[in-house]
Design a protein around this ligand. Structure first.
Ligand code: PMP
Length: 399
């Protein structure tokens, strides 16, 4: 027996997948042309699964800000926020995030994953409870694992299930943190946030909303679902990432609770990893200001999202429950998903292939994400590629 024997099952599953879909494990972006196009494995492709919602990874002002900061402050901080890694840019970004979200306090983390690890493992302690939506992201689950709270799941977006559990837990007389996402990352559906806020208030719980996919996407000012649903006062903690609409990498938490600052001292994921480099912080600051100054990007994103959703719906595909910049195309099974994903690659379209157990309901998905940077021609091409891929798959099945 070797230390690697436990991987046997994984290796077999990988090999089976590789036989059907060799490209899946070897996708290398050789040359990135724009926010929506790249040369992948030597083939020019439309990027339709990159979460680059506003296309800001290629914004000239963001690039210039990153270059200037790198020249001034170097390529990396070489230390954690707690040691030598808090530069003036980190402090300025925290101030700007707090202003943007109209909150008193903000913390910047090295990634969104780390923000969730830090917040969930630190905020809620032994004898306290985290009540989370079953479809929450892996980083939320991992944050729960790292901490010592009791973890209870409620059925995805099921307000009755949430209330039933809150009611039952009330007699425990302890702190409860309800955790949900704004837009859910796999199916692009919204949390019923005003109902969630109402029951959270009724039972005296706290609420944390992960707006990773909704920052810059939802709300009149791009502050996310809490803004759109008019419940920002009820969201005790907003967590998010810089790696989607802001086109960089990093994470944050904002809150009006003044004790938020104490999380810095109590949280291992804040203390024991290096802080974001100056270039990343500078481009994020610029991107955050663009959310404010260029609201037309958000409108364009939604026009594009609605266009693709409508096109795929007209073609007869089974989609996520509501139009959103995440357009999830449900597949009958893993084999169909693999075949269509492969055919899309042949047609120069890159989307995310999502297989169980990563999918919410155990099905297989082809997950598209739209960008303000997509052109109408690119969206037309994506639709046509789906139609052609489906035809090829049907022909293979009947032939
Ligand atoms: N939360 C959610 C809901 C996410 O979808 C993601 C990333 N896909 C994260 C957190 C982690 O963000 P990051 O990529 O910045 O680590």
């Amino acid at each position: 027996m070797t230390i690697f024997d436990k991987f046997d099952q994984l290796a077999a599953a990988r090999q089976a997948l590789e036989e059907n879909c060799g490209d899946f494990f070897n996708m290398v972006v050789d040359d990135i042309i724009s926010a929506t196009e790249a040369v992948v494995n030597g083939r020019r492709m439309i990027l339709a699964g990159s979460n680059n919602y506003l296309g800001l990874s290629f914004d000239s002002d963001c690039i210039e800000a990153a270059c200037e900061a790198t020249r001034q402050a170097g390529t990396g901080t070489t230390g954690s926020r707690m040691a030598n890694g808090t530069f003036s840019g980190h402090v300025a970004l925290e101030k700007e995030l707090a202003q943007f979200f109209k909150r008193r306090h903000a913390i910047v983390f090295s990634t969104g994953y780390i923000a969730n690890l830090a917040m969930l493992s630190t905020l809620v302690g032994p004898d306290e409870i985290i009540l989370l939506d079953a479809d929450c992201h892996a980083s939320i689950y991992d944050g729960c694992r790292l901490g010592k709270a009791e973890i209870i799941r409620f059925r995805h977006n099921d307000i009755n299930d949430l209330e039933k559990r809150l009611k039952r837990l009330a007699k425990r007389n302890t702190n409860i943190l309800v955790v949900v996402e704004g837009l859910y990352s796999m199916l692009g559906d919204r949390a019923p946030l005003s109902d969630i806020a109402a029951v959270k208030r009724k039972y005296g719980a706290y609420l944390l909303v992960d707006e990773a996919h909704s920052l810059g996407v939802l709300g009149e000012n791009g502050r996310g679902l809490a803004e759109e649903a008019g419940v920002e006062d009820e969201a005790d903690f907003i967590v998010g990432t810089f790696s989607k609409s802001l086109g960089a990498i990093g994470g944050f938490c904002v809150s009006n609770h003044q004790q938020l600052d104490l999380v810095r001292y109590a949280s291992r994921p804040y203390v024991f990893t290096a802080s974001s480099s100056p270039g990343v912080i500078a481009s994020t600051r610029k991107a955050l200001s663009i959310l404010h100054t260029r609201p037309e990007l958000r409108r364009r994103l939604w026009d594009n999202a609605n266009m693709l959703y409508q096109k795929l719906q007209d073609l007869g595909f089974s989609l996520g429950p509501e139009p959103s910049p995440i357009v999830a195309v449900r597949q009958q099974d893993k084999e169909e998903a693999l075949a269509i994903w492969n055919a899309l690659v042949q047609h120069g379209v890159y989307v995310n292939l999502v297989l169980p157990p990563a999918t919410p309901d155990g099905g297989a998905l082809l997950r598209c994400s739209m960008s303000a940077g997509h052109t109408a021609e690119q969206i037309e091409h994506i639709g046509q590629a789906f139609a052609a891929a489906h035809r090829t798959d049907q022909a293979a099945q009947t032939g």
